[in-house]
Design a protein. Structure first.
Length: 471
């Protein structure tokens, strides 16, 4: 398989400051010397972007990359989309205050109108919105505090494989052991429930049966007087686990979680920080199952590429006192303007439906490569939220037919993708899942190029690995 030449035509990109001519090596060296050891993406991608347009990122050396990271799903329209740029410029030129805490502004009012217009009808009719600090993790904290305040309870139900953020409460409901084990109290008052993961089923059976067992286990546990679960303040769940490896929840299972929580008076929080704004093929991922949550946690794409986070919740839970959840940067006027423009553009242009079509095509093509590329253990996802789990093809399979994850192979594939002009990131339980989060504006030609480059990277790295084992 050969790598196709770049299919991205030359585009008119904004002029850069002369600092952009500084060598990438020098900038990266200074970053290593001055930034914390907790930096992440900078370790995986030794490039220095200076220009970006749509799905294309250009480095200091003039090399271009197809960006399948999209700011971890933040850039629904890609980089520097004309719709968001025009909204930002118009707002700046208007003289509007750019920072007003939580005061009412025309831009905030307009964003709220745009947001509520996208919500499922039954939810929007009784919804309240709270503007949080600019990161999704703060919105998770707000959702947890809201339900704890409303119920007078403290315990929480969360799932294996979950990712909800890095602040204290959000970290508590996050599943990753590595990021929690060094933090005191990182799992306090959280009951961990099994998330249905067909390829690595926690019950060793997979498929619909595994999802059914996960639901049954949850129901029996909650009703067991000796199960150790005190009535909780909330259940928090992702419709598709993002950092967990693009693992989608079956619609029937999600409907069961809604029934279980409703019957027991437990508020249901759905974290749509990464799945929202068309990413999964519906404007909000809950629409696939038809459930109505009590709280939606929203961030990333809702700000049009600028920092913003909110929770939207049923008004019956609005029992907060003034200042119960506050923060300095709740009033990002530019993000509200860019976000409103993005929400309306995604709706008007049918980009949710486009994500469903293109995502299904990419997923099907990737899945068809498994016969020729046995290092591809599983291909999954929903819409343009796709995961390709890489495995050791020579290791024995487990009861579900899954081979051991190969994290080392995945790291090499990520580097090989970058060499081919493709930016992808890893995730999943063992950091062995290649995650694809392209912008909703991806063209058919770009979608083909992404699959071609990824397939070529996997084939090349797998061949090298096999030769290394034989040597």
């Amino acid at each position: 398989m050969t790598v196709p030449p770049s299919i991205v035509p030359p585009v008119a990109l904004p002029a850069q400051a002369t600092a952009a001519t500084t060598t990438a090596d020098g900038i990266l060296r200074r970053q290593r010397a001055r930034e914390s050891s907790a930096r992440t993406y900078a370790r995986s991608f030794p490039i220095v972007p200076v220009r970006a347009s749509g799905m294309t990122v250009e480095g200091t050396d003039g090399r271009r990359y197809l960006d399948c990271l999209s700011g971890a799903g933040t850039l629904a329209l890609g980089h520097n989309h004309p719709v968001t740029l025009e909204a930002v410029r118009r707002t700046m030129d208007s003289g509007a205050p750019l920072h007003v805490l939580d005061l009412a502004t025309p831009e905030k009012d307009d964003f709220t109108d745009a947001l509520f217009a996208t919500l499922p009808g039954g939810f929007a009719d009784r919804a309240r919105v709270h503007f949080c600090g600019p990161a999704g993790t703060d919105a998770v904290e707000a959702a947890l505090k809201l339900t704890q305040t409303a119920t007078g309870r403290s315990g929480l139900l969360a799932f294996t494989g979950a990712y909800h953020g890095m602040t204290a409460g959000a970290l508590g409901v996050t599943g990753s052991v590595a990021v929690k084990e060094r933090v005191a109290g990182g799992g306090a008052e959280v009951t961990r429930l099994p998330y249905p993961y067909a390829y690595r089923c926690p019950f060793g059976v997979g498929g619909d049966r595994g999802a059914g067992l996960a639901a049954t286990y949850t129901e029996r546990l909650l009703d067991d007087p000796a199960g150790g679960v005190v009535p909780p303040a909330a259940m928090i769940v992702e419709v598709v686990q993002g950092e967990g490896g693009a693992v989608p929840a079956p619609d029937d299972w999600l409907r069961t979680m809604r029934r279980l929580t409703s019957e027991r008076g437990v508020p249901l929080i759905v974290d749509e920080v990464q799945t929202g704004v068309g990413r999964t093929g519906a404007f909000w991922a809950v629409e696939h199952s038809g459930i109505t949550p009590d709280v939606l946690v929203l961030s990333k794409a809702i700000g049009g590429g600028l920092p913003m986070a909110v929770i939207v919740y049923d008004e019956k839970y609005d029992g907060w006192l003034p200042g119960a959840h506050t923060g300095t940067f709740r009033g990002n006027t530019l993000a509200m303007a860019a976000g409103a423009a993005t929400l309306r553009f995604v709706s008007a242009e049918g980009l949710s439906e486009r994500a469903a079509v293109v995502g299904a095509r990419m997923t099907a093509r990737l899945d068809s490569l498994r016969a020729d590329l046995p290092a591809i253990g599983d291909v999954r996802g929903r819409g343009l939220m796709i995961g390709v789990e890489l495995v050791d093809p020579e290791a024995p399979s487990d009861a579900c037919g899954a081979r051991p994850a190969d994290a080392e192979l995945a790291v090499r594939v990520r580097a090989a993708c970058l060499d081919r002009g493709l930016i992808v990131e890893l995730g999943g339980r063992f950091d062995a899942t290649v995650r694809l989060l392209p912008p909703l504006t991806i063209t058919d030609e770009q979608a083909e190029a992404v699959v071609d480059r990824l397939a070529d990277a996997i084939a090349t790295v797998s061949k090298d690995a096999a030769q290394g084992r034989q040597a």
